[in-house]
Design a protein around this ligand. Structure first.
Ligand SMILES: Nc1ncnc2c1ncn2[C@@H]1O[C@H](COP(=O)(O)OP(=O)(O)O)[C@@H](O)[C@H]1O
Ligand SMILES: CC(=O)OP(=O)(O)O
Ligand SMILES: [Mg+2]
Length: 404
């Protein structure tokens, strides 16, 4: 059975084609037959497409950045044409799984996509303005180019549907609860995968572990996981809450928004732009939302880049402290996603604050691309794992379940 996965980001589009094994198992991700990544950020007006196959074929090209739909069509074409061809015709694809960021109250599990599901994803777009619209474009592109194939939406919010009321409900007026204004949490596909993978790597039953998973990518969030369920997380009603991120502020006093609205003629749209796209690492440093650029600027003595890094660490420690209290202890700390997997300085500075718990990492192990290993010292009271998140594989498994 062949499953295609589409993982749409605000400025990127990732995709994989898997040949699913007889029984899909969560612990070991298999390598995809074909994987593609399209990036819009590097050259104005151009999209960079990178394709790799399991047989070692590679393709790199740059095409004018047309609509996402057209770019997806171009990307899919490399599945059945040219040097990266892995199938002979589109109908060999048995199902398509999509990462959909906001599932709202209606979707606590993945679902087969129908017109109703598409309408719901569209309705929720104002709650995840950077994500849901591009998720829909991906679904539409598959409708247009692959026709009748079964499509499955896998929601980033689903794993957090287990949040207890005390964590999920805002202390605003009670009628918010009835209006669906509550904390949903995001990056659930990644948090869940990493928790399962951590238990597997440690050869422990997931139910027996208290974990904090740190998803530090362009968007950043933490999850506190107990008995295999998410019991607290840093993102809320939208993916804007909590930690400082690449271009998102994370939590700020809502009084600031009232102040800005009253002082100037700031519109809701302006505030959306300010908080989602012009804050975080980019907003403070004035350099970039990319941690690599921040590190480069720090090395060149840029004080605002240093300040951005300091705030990032401060907030990370602050929220890990909150998760610790909710879990009432900690067995495993996990780092994942672009920054979590690749930035030893961030891991070291974060862990340093928790020495009082008996948590200690081995500086050697921390330095050497430690993917899917335990970087804690043998006598550390808490295991510290770096895990390569496999959202695409997790989505493929969900999709596989729906096709059975
Ligand atoms: N070697 C590295 N060192 C530090 N940060 C890195 C490195 N590689 C990637 N990153 C960071 O990872 C971020 C992207 O993470 P990723 O998980 O791919 O994000 P997303 O899926 O949200 O687009 C980049 O913005 C960059 O800051
Ligand atoms: C939900 C979210 O923030 O996703 P990403 O990190 O991919 O932007
Ligand atoms: Mg991501």
């Amino acid at each position: 059975m062949k499953i295609l996965v589409l993982n749409a980001g605000s400025s990127s589009q990732k995709s994989c084609l898997y040949e699913m094994p007889e029984e899909a198992i969560v612990e070991e991700a298999i390598a995809p037959l074909w994987e593609a990544k399209v990036d819009w950020t590097h050259h104005e007006g151009m999209a960079e497409i990178e394709v790799k196959t399991s047989t070692g074929q590679k393709l790199q090209e740059e095409i004018p950045a047309k609509s996402r739909g057209e770019i997806i069509a171009h990307m899919l074409d490399t599945l059945w044409n040219g040097s990266t061809q892995v199938i002979s015709k589109p109908s060999e694809i048995d199902g398509v799984g999509h990462r959909v960021v906001h599932g709202g109250e209606d979707y606590r599990e993945s679902v087969v996509i129908t017109e109703d599901v598409k309408d719901a994803i569209a309705r929720l777009a104002n709650l995840a303005p950077v994500h849901n619209p591009v998720n829909l474009e991906g679904i539409q592109a598959i409708d247009d180019y692959l026709g009748q194939v079964k499509q499955v939406a896998v929601f980033d919010t689903a794993f957090h549907s287990s949040l207890p009321d005390a964590a999920a409900i805002y202390p605003g007026p009670y009628d918010w609860v009835e209006k669906g204004i509550r904390r949903y949490g995001f990056h659930g596909i990644s948090h869940q995968y990493c928790a399962q993978r951590a238990a597997h790597l440690l050869n422990k039953d997931l139910e027996s572990l208290r974990l904090i998973t740190c998803h530090l990518g362009n968007g950043c969030s933490l999850a506190a996981i107990k008995n295999g369920r998410s019991i607290e997380t840093t993102m809320g009603f939208t993916p804007l809450d909590g930690l400082m991120m690449g271009t998102r502020s994370g939590s700020v006093d809502p009084g600031i928004l009232i102040y800005l609205l009253q002082q100037s003629d700031d519109s809701a749209q302006n505030l959306d732009n300010l908080l989602n796209r012009a804050s975080g690492l980019l907003g403070i440093s004035g350099v970039s939302g990319d941690m690599r650029q921040i590190q480069k600027a720090i090395a060149q003595g840029n004080p605002r880049a240093q300040l951005a890094w300091d705030i990032y660490i401060h907030r990370l420690r602050y929220y890990i402290g909150a998760m610790l209290a909710i879990l009432q202890g900690l067995d495993v700390l996990v780092f994942t996603a672009g920054v979590g997997e690749n930035a030893p300085d961030i891991r070291a500075a974060t862990c340093e604050a928790f020495g009082f718990l008996g948590l200690h990492i081995d500086p050697e192990k921390n330095q050497h691309k430690p993917i899917d290993i335990d970087i804690a010292t043998p006598d550390s009271k808490v295991r510290v794992l770096v895990i390569h998140t496999q959202e695409d594989w997790a989505i493929a498994q969900e999709c596989w379940r729906h096709l059975q």
